[in-house]
Structure formats: C-alpha cells, structure tokens
Design a protein around this ligand. Sequence first.
Ligand code: E4P
Length: 413
Amino acid sequence: MGRLAAIGLGASLGEPLRALQLATRCLDAAPGVEVVSTSRVYWSAPVGAVATRPFMNAVVVIRTALSPARLVALCRDIEVRVGRRPSRRWADRILDLDVLLVDGVVSREPSAVLPHPRVAERAFVLVPLAEAWPAARDPRSGRRYAALPAAKVPLPVAGALPRAVAPRRSPELGRRASLAGVVPMKFFLDTANLDEIREAATWGIIDGVTTNPSLIAKEGRDFVDTIHQICTIIDGPVSAETVATDAPKMIEEGRLLAKVHHNVVVKVPLTIEGIKCCKALSADGIRVNVTLCFQPMQALIAAKAGATYISPFLGRLDDVSEDGMELIRNIVAIYANYPELQTQVLSASIRHPLHMVQAALAGSDVATAPFKVYKALFSHPLTDKGNAAFLKDWETVPDRDIIGQVNRWLASR
Ligand code: E4P
C-alpha cells in the first residue's frame, strides 16, 4: 500500500542513460518501494553557470510506505551506489535523485521539503512528471502539474527507462501490479472519421486515435490533412500508417509523417521491412506503432526493435476461430517477464464491449475501438431503466431546481 510519490532523475556525466536506468532498478528493488510508472528520458539544457553538459531527465512514480525523510535517504543512498561523488550545486553529475512529490503531503521539514520547491518551475521536471503521473496535483493548491505551461514544452526524447511496471508475482499481489490511480488503460478511437472524433473528444475520455489505410480510404479525404486535423482535435498519440513495402521508403514516409504534428505515431506493419523501419525511426526518437500482430513472438520482435506500441488484432483472430484474447494475455505476460521492455500493448481490432473488458482484465496498456463500441460501452439497459425511475420519482419532489436550491443555500451561509 502506501502513497504515490514522484522521484525526479537527472544525470549528465559518464553514461547518463545507464545511470537513470540503474537508479530505476534500485528504486524498484528497495524494500517498501514499488515502481508503478516511468516517463521517457528527456534531454534538457544545463541550468545555472556551473554545469556544462546537457542533462538527461526522467520521472519515476513509486508507491511507498516510507516516510518522506526515509525516501530522501534512500535516494541519497542510490546516488552513491550508482557512482555519484560530492559536487557543487547545479554542477554536472553522474546521478541526481529528487523526491518531487508525495501524494497529498506538504512538508517543511529540512530533511524533506515537499513538494520540492522547484517542481513547478522547470520543463525538465514537469514534462516527465506529467507523462508518468498525469493526475499529480500540488497538495497545497490542488493545481494539476500537467496543466502548467512548462509541462507542455516539447523536449527531445533521449531514451527510455525500464518498463513502467515490473512483474509482480508476490503472494499478496499474485499478478502484475496495478497502475490504478496512475495510468489506467488508455482509450484510443479506431477511426479516421472527423465527426466521430469530434464527438468522442467531448466525452473527455479519449486518449488517442488509431487509423489505418482502410479507415483513411473509407473517408475519401486527403490523408495528411486528415491526420493533421485529428491531431488538433485529440491531444494524444495519433497513429498514421506507412504504405511503402521496403524499409528505406517506409523510413522516409515515417520521418515525413512525424513532421506533420508532434502527436503523430508512425504505424508500420509487422513485416521484416516494417521492423527495420521501426528500429530506425525509434532510434530517431519517433514513436512507432507496429501493427498486424497475430502471435506473441511478433510482439517480442517489435519490442526489441524499440516499438512504442504493439497492436495485436484480437477481433481478426476471433474471426478465424482463434482466441484473440489469449494473444493479448500472452503478450502482456511476456513483456512483464522483461521489465526493461518499454513497448505498450495496444489491443486492436476490438469488435464489442466485452473485448474492452477483457483487454483491461489482461492488463493491456491501451485499447483502440471503433466509435460504435464506445457508444455501446456507455449504455446498459439497467442504467437507462434505473435513470428513468430516478427521474420519474424526482417529479414528486416539491422543489426540483437543484441549482436554485444550492445557490440559495450557499447565499444563506
Ligand atoms: C487498429 O490499429 C487497427 O487498424 C484496427 O483495430 C483493425 O480493426 P479491424 O480488424 O476491425 O479492421
């Protein structure tokens, strides 16, 4: 149990990426600490006059029962174990760990000032914090850190930390640790229809969009303009698929598509050429969704090539009498065996609400579904029936104007 806490990681000397990765492992291995989410690693310019090299920064979200002071002590201990030596404030360093935030805690204890005094000032803290813990709030003002302007500054991606959630097979948990409260399964909309996307955007629960050449063709509109418009409607990952069949051309298409909007994720098929393209684009820091995955080893191949997402198609397997959900479960289990893999499981080819339920039960990171499946998710005959009964009974209440009543009640206090 315990509280969520955000740890800021920074390094500029030696092998910074390795230092951040090692620190993440050390945090996860520490008694009383469980890593539940990690951001990507970002480049940032050195702050102040002392440091000279660019820094790599990331945020790791943990769940811990440790007191803030013990958490700070643990961070100091990890810095030393990873190789940090005493240095001047703001100087280049091998590793810097800062306790940024412990959920709901305000502390002025000199051993652990919380939230960290400069947490809201710097993009290199806020960008990864917003990514790893989008719901994090300043416990004093209730303000969401992700809503601050500095959280939206585009920083170059430098790499990745070990996968967000390590496999947890302890008797108490008996399953992969839950991301509940940090990153629940993301909802992507599987369509290129702008009207559907606009309407779904008003629901406030859609995290991204996936398209494919068939969905684009169905709309009969210009491909690039459609992708750009989607990116402006939904501020989240938007998959745009390449159509070349050889890696060099696919890479060229992918690099260009990534320039259309920073939300674009380049989608490539799980072919040898697609995997070569995935490897090249991922090395450039371009996010890649590897699609048309029908067996678990394809998913491991995509992950090894640096894919951000793997799209297993469960509906199309069901269509040929195979168990699509088994594929999702197997991929989630395989990825959990190798915590350093960063690839997110994006359950695709979803045909009905039960697929969404099963994807969430399997621990899929993302599910993408057509508009009509989301509409179906909202409705249940008992919800409609129950709501109709509540509203009918409400008709018998003498003063039914809630807004007027509350305003008068507030004014009278
Ligand atoms: C999403 O990325 C896929 O392109 C899509 O889910 C495929 O779905 P379908 O099998 O219903 O065409």
